[in-house]
Design a binder for this molecule. Structure first.
Ligand SMILES: Cc1ncc(COP(=O)(O)O)c(C=O)c1O
Length: 380
């Protein structure tokens, strides 16, 4: 391996995952969600792989993320759904970025930007059907759809989509799922009554794409599944493959006596003469400090746990009497088929979700792309 830590991203796995999701979505199109730097994998290379595998749409949180896709030459229809007040929208309107609307003032700001740009904006109205996060509440929905219909008639915008988002789709059978579906059907009916004819109605995240065909509508919006991880860890036989491997070359390997305190605070003390191996990844690279004494790592042919405190740039592993040499890789997580832990294993060890494990891999860690058209350099 190279003499640095790296996040190896298998674009072939990303393509396979999108094909799996397209298959599950049947007649619905797939929007590959690439926000947060492609869930830490690198937004532009991942977006290209998703589009090559047939993703008809891309999804981002921020308008700036969508603009980065356009600047990279990606023309695929793209929806951005978090738009704080005062966000400059001229370039987004000019670049045909679809804009999510969660409030009446948001709709008005987009209409004003369209008027200034001299061309209609593309908008997706978001209904809050029970997540109580973004989205227009049922009480305000009629006002927003009617205002949108007037703005559409005035040539200021085109309502290309109506959408919503689940709170508990990762708990198949939970009563909130059916309640949210009913609320979404109600919202769609009111939009239609106001004269809106959206091209795409969409609601399904990864969990609903995998388990709930009734929620597929015209388009599904999987994020985490595109990266090969599942929000429902017990779901077997998905055919998804984790795309990211996080690994680093051992920097120091040394024998120490029994009773040696290891790393800051000596939170790990050796109980016998043993060998310690030092891994150059720390909390500055996204390895949570909470992984102290619990994070799983594959080193010297076996799975082990971090020994002692995770520092800013490194941590230590106790490899007992096994042999290792500086320069050989420690694998924090990967696809799991070489014995290494997965991001899901990390999530379980740290009482979090795999999303957080992959998203937080730091900017200092170079991404290296394999399984695309040759090896791709890190675009950053
Ligand atoms: C509005 C919206 N749609 C889709 C997704 C993708 O969700 P998941 O990664 O669970 O598939 C997200 C992620 O948070 C989201 O906020």
């Amino acid at each position: 391996m190279p003499p640095t830590a790296e996040a190896l991203v298998d674009l072939g796995a990303v393509r396979t995952n999108i094909e799996v999701l397209r298959d599950r979505a049947r007649n619905a199109d797939v929007m590959g969600v690439v926000k947060a730097d492609g869930y830490g994998h690198g937004m532009v290379p991942v977006a290209r792989a998703m589009v090559a595998a047939g993703a008809a749409w891309l999804g981002t949180a921020l308008v700036e993320e969508a603009l980065q896709l356009r600047r990279a030459g990606i023309r695929t229809p793209t929806l951005a759904w978090i738009i704080p007040p005062g966000t400059p929208l001229g370039e987004a309107v000019a670049s045909d970025i679809d804009l999510g609307v969660s409030t009446r003032w948001g709709l008005d700001e987009i209409a004003a930007a369209a008027r200034a740009a001299g061309r209609p904006a593309r908008v997706h109205l978001k209904a809050d059907t029970g997540l109580s996060r973004g989205g227009v509440t049922p009480g305000e929905w009629s006002d927003v759809v009617e205002a949108a219909a007037r703005a559409e008639a005035a040539g200021l915008l085109r309502v290309t989509g109506v959408f919503s988002h689940f709170a508990r789709a990762d708990e198949p059978g939970h009563p909130s799922i059916a309640a949210q579906l009913t609320a979404f059907h109600d919202a769609l009916a009111l939009a239609e009554k106001a004269g809106l004819r959206p091209e795409v109605r969409h609601m399904a995240n990864s969990a609903a794409t995998l388990t709930l065909p009734d929620a597929h509508f015209d388009l599904v919006r999987p994020g985490i599944a595109g990266y090969g991880l599942t929000p429902i860890p017990d779901l077997a036989g998905t055919g998804l493959r984790p795309a990211m491997t996080l690994r680093a070359p051992l920097t120091v390997v040394k024998r120490v006596p029994a009773g040696t305190g290891v790393s800051y605070g000596h939170r790990y003390v050796t109980d016998r003469p043993t060998t310690l191996a030092v891994v150059p990844l720390g909390y500055a690279d996204g390895v949570p400090r909470a992984a102290t004494n619990v994070g799983p790592v594959f080193v010297a042919g076996r799975r082990r746990r971090i020994a002692g405190t995770v520092c800013m740039d490194q941590f230590v592993v106790d490899i007992g009497d096994d042999e290792a040499r500086a320069g050989e890789p420690a694998v924090l997580f990967g696809a799991g088929d070489g014995g290494e832990p997965t991001a899901q294993d990390w999530a379980e060890a740290l009482d979090t979700i795999s999303y957080e494990i992959v998203c937080r891999v730091g900017q200092r860690v170079p991404r290296r792309y394999v399984g695309g058209d040759g090896e791709w350099p890190d675009p950053r």
